[in-house]
Design a protein around this ligand. Structure first.
Ligand SMILES: C[S@@+](CC[C@H](N)C(=O)[O-])C[C@H]1O[C@@H](n2cnc3c(N)ncnc32)[C@H](O)[C@@H]1O
Length: 239
């Protein structure tokens, strides 16, 4: 199952950039359709777990069109939204202007080389981003570098359910139905067939949990949503 937007190794970031350039204008619409609107609930769950306090410095990494960055700001955080895709950031900035959101700044930057000093962030969120990186462990290390000791790291992404039957049904949905949204709205089924392809190369919630332990995170937790179809990994940077 080849996919023009997936290539392991050096070309990974370039292909991912091509992917989000292709889908940026329709990204929010397709997100609502393919998840039946549930991504909004999953993101609310992420925000609740982040326990944001007014004045917290937050970074939303791989912020895309800004859903999580806006929600963090609504909790009183000062937010830096970071993404390497110009077209995705354009949509985020249009939404920001339309809704008059303050307290969020969007910048272009690479998750593997973050535009922030060491120990400068209270809470770092990454939703549907980690799976796209060329180096998952390197990405998590970089996130922990910019977090303050005691800072919270939260990763939301597609998961892999433990239950075999549920997993089978969910993978069939990703294989046969989700690519149709790509074909209909972006003229290319590969844009959304990419989700299953990338998930097959992603360690998902259990693997990320293991990595968080290896990287000395404290209070590591996994929250499974919809029987593990989605997973949130939570960890705190050690003091
Ligand atoms: C699936 S979207 C998620 C957007 C948003 N966080 C959400 O939950 O709706 C993934 C985003 O990650 C960004 N991205 C992927 N790899 C990246 C990297 N290495 N550095 C910065 N952004 C990256 C893409 O440009 C894209 O906007």
């Amino acid at each position: 199952m080849d996919n023009k937007f997936y290539e392991a190794g050096e070309k990974r970031a370039e292909k991912v950039n091509d992917l989000f350039a292709a889908i940026a204008p329709r990204y929010d619409l397709i997100n609502d359709l393919q998840s039946f609107g549930l991504h909004r609930y999953w993101k609310r769950k992420l925000i609740k777990l982040a326990q944001v306090k007014a004045g917290d410095k937050a970074m939303d990494l791989c912020c895309g069109t800004g859903d999580v960055a806006f929600a963090l700001a609504a909790q009183g955080a000062e937010v830096l939204g970071v993404d390497f895709s110009g077209p995705m950031l354009t949509v985020a900035k249009q939404r920001q202007q339309r809704d008059g959101v303050t307290k969020v700044e969007f910048v272009r930057g690479d998750a593997l080389n973050l535009p922030a000093p060491d120990s400068s962030v209270d809470v770092l969120t990454i939703s549907y981003g980690l799976r796209n990186l060329a180096d998952f462990e390197g990405g998590l290390k970089e996130m922990l570098r910019v977090l303050k000791p005691g800072g919270r790291l939260l990763v939301l992404d597609f998961g892999v359910p433990d239950n075999k039957l549920w997993r089978f049904g969910y993978f069939q949905y990703l294989k046969w139905f989700v690519p149709v949204f790509g074909r209909l709205f972006c003229g290319d089924s590969d844009t959304h067939a990419y989700i299953l392809k990338s998930l097959q190369h992603y360690p998902a919630q259990r693997g990320v949990e293991k990595l968080m332990h290896q990287l000395q995170c404290k209070n590591v937790q996994v929250v499974n949503l919809l029987g593990g179809v989605m997973g949130i990994n939570y960890g705190v940077k050690g003091k």
